[in-house]
Write a protein that binds this ligand. Structure first.
Ligand code: XIL
Length: 362
């Protein structure tokens, strides 16, 4: 019986209403269930940047200005990444080739490309012992200190408002077990050169996150890692402006992914700074490489203040260590197994395994 026949029979149609309501409820539930299924599969992002963004993070690549005319390269860049780091174009030799003569043409090409597409920019790097122009290599003492501070101020001022995070100081600690500062012309100007650089960067661009960036600082037990940790702890205690620590994370057989990597990330984060994986590449191939990428992503996602990952190049052929095929795309720009593992791990979000080591005691 339908409502029309109920009306025709003169009997109230109310008896039918509960049945209709029940049917609607069942249909409604089925629709909701379908929507849940559809939306959970629809939320599996299909690019690295989109997936990282869903987790409140960025996924970036180091890029080179002279490759922005390569359509395969730019196609992958624009599709997959939502942050860039100039691979060489913001280094001191590129931006101040002659003292007090600044050159931003190539860095600007990258910054403009990124900003016009809504990508973040990681600035790399304001003060470093390497890739210094000749004039700076030959300087020392107060003249060098002032030249370094002038460089930090001028470059950070020029890019003020455009940089998400600056690697203010790069690679200032020595390798090995000493935990000492690296000897360099900058270090010889006085142990406080790092904090002086951070203060100058803050004054020049108060909106950028200021990072200390280094390599071989991935293993929590290494003296170099502990030395950087103590410096950041000291800076936080004394109010030296620092917002983030960059772990370059160039992994290979000599410098493998450490099982305590997550402890390192969470320990730095516990000092009250963001942690960024800034130059990730993992030499190898196939499943071994893919699973290491997966672990790195899981570790970052497990640490709330690990807010971004940058791979150091796009295709293997773009890598500074191309012989190690360390990146996510092959020479032809095809996605590798490592890409699939990375995207899967990003999409899996919080479903990460427990830490592999005990929490830090320091
Ligand atoms: C490398 C670039 O990838 C190369 O093109 C360049 O010849 C040398 O520098 N640590 C860093 C990066 O902080 O700047 C380095 O980049 C790789 C190691």
């Amino acid at each position: 019986m339908n409502n029309a026949s109920a009306r025709a029979s003169g009997r109230p149609a109310t008896r039918l209403r509960p049945r209709s309501a029940l049917v609607s409820a069942v249909v409604g539930l089925a629709l909701v269930a379908t929507a849940v299924v559809v939306s959970s599969s629809a939320s599996a992002a299909t690019t690295l940047g989109a997936s990282a963004a869903e987790k409140g993070r960025y996924f970036g690549a180091a890029i080179a200005a002279n490759k922005l005319s390569d359509s395969t390269y730019v196609g992958i860049l624009n599709r997959e990444f939502n942050s860039v780091t100039p691979e060489n174009e913001m280094k001191i030799d590129a931006t101040e080739p002659q003292q007090n003569q600044f050159s931003f043409t190539n860095a600007d090409r990258i910054v403009n490309h990124a900003i016009s597409r809504g990508m973040k920019v990681r600035g790399h790097t304001l003060a470093w012992h390497s890739q210094q122009p000749g004039w700076m290599q030959n300087m020392s003492g107060t003249a060098l200190r002032n030249a370094m501070l002038n460089h930090v101020t001028r470059v950070a001022t020029y890019y003020r408002g455009k940089i998400d995070s600056w690697d203010v100081v790069n690679e200032a600690f020595a390798d090995g077990g000493s935990g000492a500062r690296r000897d360099s012309n900058l270090q010889r100007t006085g142990n406080d050169w790092i904090e002086a650089a951070f203060r100058a960067a803050r004054a020049a661009d108060p909106g950028a996150k200021l990072c200390y960036n280094d390599y071989n600082t991935d293993d929590w037990t290494h003296a170099k890692t502990q030395a950087v940790y103590r410096m950041v702890q000291d800076f936080k205690q004394r109010g030296v402006p620092i917002d983030c620590v960059g772990l370059q994370s160039h992994f290979n057989a000599q410098s493998p992914y450490p099982s305590n990597y997550r402890t390192t990330l969470s320990s730095f984060a516990a000092l009250g700074v963001d942690v960024q994986i800034t130059e990730l590449d993992i030499e190898g191939s196939g499943t071994q490489q893919a699973e290491t990428y997966r672990r790195v992503v899981q570790d970052c996602l497990a640490v709330p203040r690990c807010n971004g990952i940058t791979v150091w190049g796009i295709r293997d052929s773009d890598s500074w260590r191309s012989y190690g095929t360390p990146l996510l795309f092959d020479n032809n720009g095809n996605k590798k197994q490592a890409y699939n593992a990375t995207l899967e791990a990003l999409n899996a979000g919080g479903t990460t395994p427990p830490p592999t080591t005990a929490p830090p005691t320091t």
